[in-house]
Ligand binder design. Structure first.
Ligand SMILES: Nc1ncnc2c1ncn2[C@@H]1O[C@H](COP(=O)(O)OP(=O)(O)OP(=O)(O)O)[C@@H](O)[C@H]1O
Ligand SMILES: [Mg+2]
Length: 332
């Protein structure tokens, strides 16, 4: 049996799934030597190099806001992961790659070529919401409506899936990174404190615990006037309020999507619930707001941030069953 590999090429995280488990989950960063093209580091190690490299080395994020910003480095990253996963294997793997929903056909082909160059036996690409639905354990082939809201670092994708196809979908450029930037801006405006996006991300992720335990959240940055280091304590309820505008855009888009969806499918969705996947969908307060405004329950599958890669890893089981355009194969 050839090995089937699923790759989630995310804005924030690249994940690899094979043989029933997640083999790798690392930040989407790659560092390589500009002169020789040799890959020096990928993932966490490469992330620490951003902004700190000598002139002949570059450390980049190949994907941004859900699009491929740097195709060459994206290709290098794919090749690196496929080769790493298949080290010491004789049979060539089948590779399924989940690509951001906004990529062009040229970029999609470049992704396929990279996996091909790494020795894949065959390569398919799958759209993110479809992979998320499969990974969340939904029966995507049945004639019933499933709604997925997948929020990553760069995009929020809303899709209604039925009979192996996408009935309605929309992709917004508001996601985890936007929430971080929103915190940075609000803290600057309200407290004259400049904080980095990684500090803001920590605030965002600690929000649920802080609210449940009634604790303040410490943030460190520098004073915008004096430039001196400063620490303040934020009220988590106030931080939740920072997201009002971001959340409104997402929930409005869900409502607009439901509005365009045929009534039978809406009835199915209201019974099943709206499935939330992707790391960004775990942001505190969003699920409650969706339920309040749509009157439809929300469901978090187990490990929401893993659904897309698990779905990509299972994509080969659906060959020929998903509608055209969602999945395409190249046999080598
Ligand atoms: N517990 C949490 N609460 C809120 N946000 C979280 C949590 N855990 C992770 N995140 C956020 O999830 C985002 C990353 O999600 P994910 O790994 O699904 O993105 P991605 O698939 O790489 O991006 P995209 O799908 O947009 O290309 C980051 O913004 C991260 O801060
Ligand atoms: Mg994603």
């Amino acid at each position: 049996m050839p090995l089937d590999i699923g790759i989630d090429l995310g804005t924030a995280t690249v994940q690899v799934y094979a043989g029933g488990e997640i083999l790798l989950s690392e930040p989407s960063v790659i560092a390589f030597n500009k002169k020789t093209g040799k890959v020096l580091a990928v993932g966490k190690e490469a992330q620490t190099m951003i902004g700190r490299t000598p002139s002949h080395i570059v450390a980049v994020r190949p994907l941004e806001k859900g699009v491929i910003a740097e195709i060459r480095s994206c290709q290098k990253m794919i090749k690196y992961f496929v080769e790493k996963t298949c080290k010491n294997r004789i049979l060539r793997p089948r590779v399924a790659i989940c690509i951001p929903s906004e990529v062009t056909e040229v970029e999609r082909q470049a992704v396929v070529e990279a996996a091909d160059a790494a020795g894949a036996k065959s390569v398919i690409t799958i759209e993110e919401p479809m992979a998320a639905a499969i990974g969340a354990g939904l029966d995507v082939l049945k004639p019933g409506g499933n709604m997925i809201l997948d929020i990553g670092g760069g995009t929020a994708d809303i899709a209604v899936i039925t009979l192996g196809g996408i009935a309605e979908s929309v992709s917004l450029k508001i996601a985890g990174n936007t929430f971080d930037e929103t915190i940075v801006k609000a803290v600057k405006t309200n407290y004259n404190l400049i904080i980095g996006t990684r500090m803001a991300e920590r605030v965002k992720i600690s929000l649920r615990d802080a609210i449940e335990n009634n604790e303040m959240i410490e943030v460190k940055g520098k004073n915008a006037m004096t430039g001196m280091p400063e620490m303040i304590k934020l009220d988590p309820k106030e931080v939740r309020g920072y997201f009002d505008e971001n959340f409104k855009i997402i929930v409005d888009a869900i409502i607009a999507t439901l509005d365009k969806t045929p009534p039978e499918l809406v009835a199915d969705i209201s019974e099943q619930g709206i499935y939330l996947t992707g790391g960004g969908a775990m942001v505190y307060g969003l699920a409650d707001l969706i339920e309040e405004r749509t009157k439809i329950k929300t469901v978090y599958p187990d490990d929401p941030e893993k659904c897309v890669v698990v779905g990509a890893g299972k994509a080969f089981e659906y060959l020929g069953e998903l509608q055209d355009g969602l999945i395409s194969e190249r046999k080598m």
